[in-house]
Write a protein of this length. Structure first.
Length: 334
């Protein structure tokens, strides 16, 4: 790591954060005095240095992102890499959570974590259970929204599985013909817990009224910003550490107006490469829709079965993913 580059980048961000946009009606001193009191506690230099490392030598200007938003104390990213298992307890086809009993699942997850620790000894890993709490459905249901909210006892079971390995939890939402405004508040009881975070899946956001699964849906910046604002308020009102917001993506149209997504100290946003296929296809998808449209942090999904449909391909390894620019800080296995 080039120390001069780290210092220069740090000074640039500090200058930006200390110098608001010019106001013709007031001088610089007045503008500075009107800023909100300093509440950020994270080690900003360590934060900058780690983001530079994740950029993995990128020289295009995409990465690391340039902004003056630093997280509040307790931020997980970018200091630790999250290794998550995904799924729903009612289904063996939606991922590891429904396919394997908890003890076997934890044996598998611990094995993946050790592989990542070996591949990148400079980044500690933490486990996560990523549970689909609101599932797109093939049937309309009583309200015609084509989504099913999981009962609380099933969500409680996901939290109990996570507790077995001291893991954090993501509750994922597939809104179908509903909206985030209708669905996110139904999970507030859980999102108030410090270890519980949120995932949203544009694939099943059917804004044109189509049935989920017939075509790929989408979110735009307003949708992501709504979730981030909602989480930020929970963090402030309940004195919580920063929340993480996972946004799934594998096509151009799934996330619109990415430049208008707003960053906040209370929320860390991960744009998560969710596509399956052979390694060359997955790398291409990551480059086109994650690398070239930067928001804040990146993730990468590996499918134990779907990624292997075309022989002789094998599952991508931690070493493979660490070659990417930027390096993903959230890894999900399905």
């Amino acid at each position: 790591m080039n120390n001069k580059l780290i210092i220069s980048f740090a000074l640039a961000l500090i200058f930006i954060s200390c110098n608001p946009k010019n106001d013709k009606k007031s001088g610089n001193n007045t503008a500075i005095e009107q800023q909100e009191p300093e509440t950020l506690k994270v080690d900003t230099l360590a934060y900058i240095k780690k983001n530079l490392a994740l950029a993995n030598g990128d020289t295009t200007g995409y990465w690391p992102i340039k902004n003056n938003v630093f997280p509040i104390d307790g931020a997980i990213l970018p200091f630790k890499r999250i290794i998550a298992f995904y799924g729903n307890l009612y289904s063996k086809k939606m991922g590891a959570l429904g396919e394997y009993p908890p003890k076997v699942l934890w044996q598998m997850l611990n094995k993946e974590m050790k592989a990542w620790e070996k591949a990148d000894s400079l980044t500690p890993v933490i486990p996560a259970i990523h549970y689909i709490a609101i599932v797109a459905s093939g049937t309309p249901g009583k309200d015609g929204k084509y989504r099913t909210r999981m009962p609380e006892h099933q969500i409680d079971s996901a939290l109990a599985i996570a507790k077995m390995g001291n893991a954090i939890v993501f509750l994922d939402i597939q809104v179908a013909l509903s909206t985030l405004q209708q669905e996110v508040p139904t999970l507030e009881k859980y999102l108030k817990l410090p270890q519980v975070h949120l995932g949203i899946d544009p694939e099943f956001s059917m804004k044109d009224g189509s049935k989920p699964g017939k075509k790929i849906g989408n979110y735009d910046a307003n949708d992501v910003n709504y979730c981030a604002d909602y989480l930020a308020k929970l963090v402030k009102d309940n004195n919580l550490p920063p929340k993480i917001l996972i946004v799934h993506r594998f096509t151009q149209g799934m996330v619109k107006r990415h430049k208008e997504i707003k960053l906040r100290p209370e929320v860390q946003i991960v744009m998560h490469m969710d596509g399956w296929g052979e390694p060359i296809l997955k790398r291409s998808t990551y480059k086109l829709y994650i690398y070239k449209e930067p928001v804040q942090f990146t993730g990468f999904k590996l499918f134990y079965k779907n990624d292997l449909k075309k022989a002789p391909h094998t599952l991508m390894t931690p070493e493979d993913l660490l070659k990417l620019k930027p390096q993903p800080i959230y890894i999900q296995y399905q």
